[in-house]
Write a protein that binds this ligand. Structure first.
Ligand SMILES: [Zn+2]
Ligand SMILES: [Zn+2]
Length: 342
């Protein structure tokens, strides 16, 4: 069984990995179909994730098929599944309150422990969700990153009158744009990259796009910070309406907050981290199943896993949307471009 192996930062190889047989009663073995390269995979690759362990098999966004089932696991061979890549203990104060996303004992696949960028992997069935066969792999692989957005959107209410600005148009920002647009809100997308903004204008009707330098005095009911930079946090908060809400999903270490302004304007600031499993995953599936929920603009390229070097190079460049690794053997070695919907 082949899998990716990150020896040390920057030293990524494709290797024969041993698969840990036999399964315990609650485990399942999954044959990978599609895996998405995430910003955190890139941070681990660059050695910029403080709590990462090496060597490690990277990857946490995956869709696949069950091929082996432990005695007590409630799955069957052939089930199409996705996995929750962050563990939770189920017993700490936060887990007991239903906030397993902030579990004190969380470990993350592909960061602290071996991840899923392999032809097969084994995982506790507790972290596995069955998904409908009619959900295509290229949509199903977005369930995990999209669950982050589904979770963040529960921090505020949104109607057709709501003005919402999304700062940062990487995968998470694009998923937030897609959801806000789908829900009929008045959406403004902000990014430093004009090419990304152009793609958004071409992909979605009625979305305003602006470069940060073009921002006027405009204020929004909701601002979502998905760029993860100090600048975008400090800049973004200036554009929240009095009584409005800012949701931070980017992971910049520090930023200055204008306290007096926040008090006087009664701003609400939320941090939002990952999701609760399986609730946020199930909501993500419901949206992705809708025909008019179009995620084609989010996926830039699909590479066969043999071409992991090219895939990582493109992901590292920051010029693309989601880059997907195809782990299905039966596929061609050439990249397949998914045509974005107009
Ligand atoms: Zn991710
Ligand atoms: Zn816990």
């Amino acid at each position: 069984m082949l899998g990716l192996f990150l020896n040390n930062p920057g030293d990524l190889q494709l290797k024969e990995l041993t698969s840990e047989d036999p399964l315990n009663d609650y485990e399942v073995k999954i044959k990978s179909s599609y895996g998405g390269i995430c910003g955190s995979d890139i941070s681990v690759y660059k050695g910029k994730m403080a709590h990462a362990n090496y060597p490690v098999t990277p990857g946490h966004e995956i869709v696949g098929e069950i091929i082996k089932v432990g005695k007590e696991a409630k799955f069957k061979a052939g089930d199409k599944v996705v996995v929750a890549p962050n563990s939770f203990c189920g017993e700490c104060e936060y887990c007991l309150k239903g906030m397993s996303n902030i579990c004190e004992h969380k470990v993350s696949l592909g960061i602290n422990v071996n991840g899923v960028f392999a032809q097969e992997f084994t995982i506790s069935s507790k972290y596995v969700l069955r998904v409908p066969n009619e959900l295509p792999d290229e949509k199903a692989v977005l369930i995990e990153p999209f669950a982050v957005i589904v979770h963040a959107f529960q921090k505020f209410s949104l109607t057709k009158e709501t003005s919402i600005a999304i700062i940062g148009c990487g995968t998470e920002g694009m998923l937030a744009i897609t959801l806000a647009h789908h829900l009929g809100a008045q959406v403004t997308a902000i990014d430093i990259n004009p090419t990304k903004l152009e793609k958004i204008r071409n992909s979605f009707k009625g979305i305003k796009t602006v470069l940060p330098s073009e921002m006027t005095e405009e204020r929004f009911d909701v601002v979502i910070e998905a760029a993860g930079t100090r600048d975008s946090v400090e800049h973004g908060i200036q554009h929240v309406k009095p009584g409005g809400t800012m949701v931070l999903i980017g992971l910049t270490p520090e930023a200055n907050f204008p306290v007096m302004q926040m008090v006087r304007k009664e701003l609400t600031i939320h941090g939002s981290i990952i999701y609760n499993f399986p609730t946020d995953f199930s909501k993500a599936v419901d949206y992705l199943l809708k025909d008019d929920f179009d995620v084609a603009p989010i996926i830039s390229k699909v590479f066969h896993f043999n071409e992991f070097n090219k895939a990582y190079d493109d992901a590292l460049s920051g010029q693309y949307g989601k880059i997907i690794l195809n782990f299905k053997e039966d596929n061609v070695n050439e990249k397949i471009s998914i045509t974005p919907a107009g």
